[in-house]
Design a protein. Structure first.
Length: 194
């Protein structure tokens, strides 16, 4: 029964948050999947702003992501930028219009209000429990883990500042709290299963 209740609560919360996010962007005329892609691009780092990472993070098909990106680009919410080192790689960057939609609609006020109605210790406990649930689902079902650079095993400290151990590139302070597809939790070794 616990699993059914947790599912029911998460499903209802997700539906309410999506409904509110849709209402918060009148005039934008975006489908939920389009808003989800814009939100992802607003929180990911420069290694993860590529179509393949969007596909992995949202669990969508390549075709859906490709078509949705084309629509968002045509509407002026994002732009495709070739990688400076590998021209075959395309980065997806939010435009001012895309950032404005994300800022107006996410996170929905209902979530902020719901969390603010809880005592601080309960908010912290909920955050830790949801993180543990997410990690359990990702590990058990071998989904890619997306996490922030500041909690990643690949983070390296140097005299010049933080570095990504995967790309050996410097990380700006504002990049440390962005999510990355190369994330590996500090407390566990990297395990790739074929």
């Amino acid at each position: 029964m616990t699993t059914q209740l947790v599912y029911r609560y998460l499903e209802r919360i997700g539906n309410l948050l999506r409904a509110e996010a849709r209402q918060a962007r009148p005039g934008a005329r975006l489908q939920p999947v389009q808003l989800e892609i814009l939100h992802y691009l607003s929180i990911c780092n420069r290694q993860s702003d590529i179509p393949a990472a969007v596909t992995e993070y949202l669990g969508l098909t390549k075709g859906t992501v490709s078509q949705t990106i084309s629509v968002l680009e045509a509407k002026g919410y994002l732009e495709k930028v070739p990688d400076t080192k590998d021209r075959r790689v395309i980065h997806l960057k939010l435009t001012e219009k895309g950032r404005a939609v994300v800022e107006k609609s996410l996170p929905p006020a209902a979530l902020r209000d719901g969390l603010s109605s809880m005592p601080p210790d309960q908010r912290e406990l909920l955050t830790r429990q949801l993180a543990a649930l997410l990690q359990g689902i990702e590990k058990t079902h071998r989904y890619e883990e997306f996490g922030t650079c500041d909690h990643c095993r690949h983070l390296r400290r140097s005299d010049e500042g933080p570095l990504c151990g995967v790309t050996n590139s410097p990380l700006a302070a504002d990049e440390l709290d962005r999510i990355c597809r190369d994330y590996a939790p500090v407390e566990t070794p990297i395990e790739k299963v074929a």
